[in-house]
Design a protein around this ligand. Structure first.
Ligand code: NAD
Length: 257
C-alpha cells in the first residue's frame, strides 16, 4: 500500500479508460493524484473511484491538452497545491482512422497535437520539478508505436514519435536521476475505438478479432495497463529507463505466416 506514499502523481486523460484506471491504482498505492481531464462529471467519477479504493482525495484539473495555457496550468496548479511533482503519466490521447488515401492535414494536426505536442509541452514544463524530486515519467504509447498497421496512419506515426520521445528524454535526463519509460498497450477495452468512429457492432467484431491478433487470445483490461504503469513509475523499476514496454498479450511479437 505504501509504494507511492506522499508521491505527487499527475495523470492526463484521467477521466476515462487507462488514465482513470491508472489514477485509481496509483492512489490505492498511496499517491496524491492530480487527475486531468476535460469533463467535470467524468473527472468526479474518477475521484469517487479513488476515494472508494481508499486513496486520498485527488486534485481535479480541467484542461484541454491542446490548449497551451491549460497545459501550463496543470503544472502551476499542482505546485500551488502540493509544491512538488514526483511522477508524470502522459496518457491523454486520441485515435482516428485514416490511410494515406483518405487522411487529411487536419487529421494529422489533431492527432499529432494531442498525442505528441501536448506531451512534449507538459513534459517540458514538468521536467525542472521532476529533476528536483528525482521523479519519473511514464508515457502511454501503443503497440502501434512499435509495429506498423494500415488504416490508422496519423495515430501510428504519433505513437512512434512517443516512443522516440521516451528514449531521447530518458537519455537527456538520466544523469539528473529522472527515469522516462513508456507502456505500449495492445487492444485494451476502453471507449477509444468507439470515440474513433466504430459503432457497437463493429466494435464487437473488432474485439472478437482480437482473439486472433493477440497471442494470449484476448484483448486486455485497463487494470493490466495500470499495473504496468505503476511498476515503471515505482522504485521496483529503479534501473529501467528508456523502456517501451509492450502490454499487449504478445501482439508485438506476432508475424503473419
Ligand atoms: P479513452 O478515450 O478512454 O482515454 C483517452 C483520454 O484522453 C480521455 O479521457 C480523453 O478525454 C483524453 N483526451 C483526449 N484528448 C484530449 C485533450 N485534447 N485534452 C484533454 N484530454 C484529452 O481511451 P484509452 O484507451 O484509455 O486511451 C488512453 C491512452 O492509451 C491513449 O494515449 C491511447 O492512445 C492509449 N492506448 C489505448 C489503447 C486501447 O486499445 N484502448 C491501446 C494502445 C494505446
Amino acid at each position: 500500500m505504501s509504494t507511492f506514499k506522499d508521491k505527487v502523481i499527475i495523470v492526463t486523460g484521467a477521466s476515462s479508460g487507462i488514465g482513470a484506471g491508472a489514477a485509481v491504482h496509483l492512489a490505492s498505492l498511496g499517491g496524491f493524484l492530480v487527475i486531468v481531464g476535460r469533463n467535470v462529471d467524468k473527472l468526479k467519477e474518477t475521484a469517487d473511484q479513488i476515494e472508494a479504493a481508499g486513496g486520498a482525495e485527488p486534485l481535479q484539473l480541467l484542461a484541454d491538452m491542446t490548449n497551451e495555457p491549460d497545459v501550463k496550468k496543470i503544472v502551476t496548479s499542482t505546485l500551488a497545491k502540493y509544491g512538488r511533482i514526483d511522477v508524470l503519466v502522459n496518457n491523454a490521447g486520441i485515435l482516428e482512422t485514416g490511410s494515406i488515401e483518405n487522411t487529411s492535414l487536419e487529421q494529422y494536426d489533431r492527432v499529432m497535437n494531442t498525442n505528441v505536442r501536448a506531451m512534449y509541452q507538459l513534459t517540458m514544463l514538468a521536467t525542472p520539478e521532476l529533476i528536483k524530486t528525482k521523479g519519473n515519467i511514464v508515457n502511454v504509447s501503443s503497440v502501434c508505436g512499435i509495429r506498423a498497421f494500415p488504416g490508422v496512419l496519423a495515430y501510428n506515426i504519433s505513437k512512434a514519435a512517443v516512443d522516440q520521445f521516451t528514449a531521447c528524454v530518458a537519455l537527456e535526463l538520466a544523469s539528473k536521476g529522472v527515469r522516462v519509460n513508456a507502456v505500449n498497450p495492445g487492444v485494451i477495452v476502453t471507449d477509444i475505438h468507439k470515440r474513433g468512429g466504430m459503432d457497437e457492432e463493429a466494435y464487437a467484431k473488432f474485439l472478437e478479432h482480437c482473439k486472433t491478433t493477440h497471442a494470449l487470445g484476448r484483448p486486455g483490461d485497463v487494470k493490466e495497463v495500470a499495473a504496468a504503469i505503476a511498476f515503471l513509475a515505482s522504485d521496483a523499476a529503479s534501473f529501467s529507463t528508456g523502456v517501451t514496454l509492450p502490454v499487449d498479450g504478445g501482439r508485438h511479437a506476432m508475424c503473419p505466416r
